[in-house]
Design a binder for this molecule. Structure first.
Ligand SMILES: *[C@@H]1O[C@H](CO)[C@@H](O)[C@H](O)[C@H]1NC(C)=O
Length: 287
């Protein structure tokens, strides 16, 4: 080997070593794959508070146990991607009125576990986001593993994601046939900030309050999200009916709601609005 060739190889090797990206451990969340360092489990009975450029994690007794920096706002919602990743099919409504959404409820039944397990993760939830799409608050039913834990069983947790942080309550295992009541409520406003609470109202340990949210949450959804699905049998059989969907506004009015849907026809997954509106609406996701 000529010396110049050897030198060129060495230089090439050095460049590759220099360019090799540092390994960032990523974990699966309802906001897609995120840095493991973004994860913050809420202590039992704890809460969150936006304070200036930080979000504080509070213990049940009100003590601040962690302070994390807010990142640069970027869209949290995984773009609707073809096939098996991210938001698969969903219904949504955007509140464009002047009065904020004060309450958003949804009832559904935990489906049978999928017939096959290829390491997939399924998320089913009602959620609410600011118009900018840079945060999400959601009571989530999960099958499979995620950053919060889980496995080949159903579990529930409440999640709050901003651009760079992922907060979740400790998952609580549940099982097929259980009734879930997912709720998001605006409990107070102060100046231009909002206090929200989300929970499965009938399952202890899932409530999460966030004080001082700087953005009004306006975009309500009923969603099927999935990762790592390799066969249709990786989904539950049949369908999931989201019912008791009720939206109320802070001024006491019931908004005029027409749900928009996003389908995944290529994979045969669909969302149907059976009863439209903001009072006892019914929406079915079919696998
Ligand atoms: C509040 O809770 C935290 C976390 O559990 C604990 O470390 C702290 O001692 C508690 N403080 C008081 C005043 O009880």
């Amino acid at each position: 080997m000529r010396a110049s060739t050897a030198a060129a190889l060495l230089i090439g090797l050095l460049i590759r070593l220099t360019l090799a990206a540092p390994t960032v451990e990523t974990v699966l969340t309802p906001g897609g794959y995120r840095a493991a360092t973004s994860l913050h489990e809420i202590p039992a009975g704890g809460s969150l508070a936006h304070v200036g450029s930080e979000i504080h994690v509070l213990a049940a007794n009100g003590t601040v146990v962690k302070k994390v920096a807010k990142g640069t706002p970027t869209k949290v919602q995984a773009a609707v991607s073809p096939l098996q990743t991210g938001w698969i099919t969903f219904a949504s409504w955007l509140n464009q009125g002047s009065s904020p959404i004060s309450s958003f409820t949804t009832t559904w039944t935990v489906p049978p576990v999928p017939a096959t397990n290829h390491g997939q993760t399924i998320f089913l939830f009602n959620s609410i986001e600011p118009s900018a799409g840079d945060a999400i608050l959601q009571p989530v039913l999960q099958y499979g593993g995620s950053a919060a834990g889980g496995g080949a069983f159903w579990a529930v947790a409440t999640w709050y994601l901003d651009s760079s942080n992922t907060f979740f309550t400790t998952p609580v295992q549940t099982s097929a046939g259980a009734t879930l009541n997912g709720i998001v409520q605006l409990t107070a406003t102060s100046g231009s900030t909002y206090t929200y609470n989300s929970a499965f109202t009938n399952i202890g340990g899932t409530a999460l309050t966030i004080v001082g949210v700087p953005e009004q949450l306006t975009w309500a959804t009923e969603t099927l999200e999935a990762y790592g699905v390799t066969a249709i049998s990786d989904y539950p059989a049949g369908s999931t009916v989201f019912s008791g969907i009720n939206l109320r506004l802070q001024n006491g009015a019931t908004p005029s709601v027409s749900w928009a849907t996003q389908q995944d026809t290529a994979d045969g997954l669909s969302t149907t609005v059976n009863t439209n509106g903001a009072t006892n609406a019914v929406i079915t996701i079919r696998y």
